[in-house]
Design a protein. Sequence first.
Length: 142
Amino acid sequence: MTMPPESHVAAARNLCGMVSGLAQQIADHLRERAATVGLTAAQATALREMTGPMTMRELSERMNCEPSNATFVIDKLEKMRLVERRAHPTDRRAKLLILSAEGVAARERLMELLAQDTPLASLSAEQQHALYGLLKQAMARP
């Protein structure tokens, strides 16, 4: 059965509002947890996304920001001795970003904090997996 256009539009509007609200709750959660360990939300996002050595471009894509913004964040994290820049093994123009020992410890602590009272806590692991799949499908570009 096909929904009348008004119902479809209203449903889409409501869904977009809910996704936006959830995104805001997640951002607020990140900001609150980051502040408890002396980080900004952007710094916490960078640490969260640094799952291994990566270039600035890779990090900026994961952070969904311009490389110049990621550079600013990494400069601060480097001054805090949480991140190191090293020569890229195959591209002499690029640097690899690597967590220092202190950075690994800070990331682990941050990840523990982010897992506490998350806005997604009311969903089971199976429901979170399903939501991930649906959001990935919705975000896919043709």
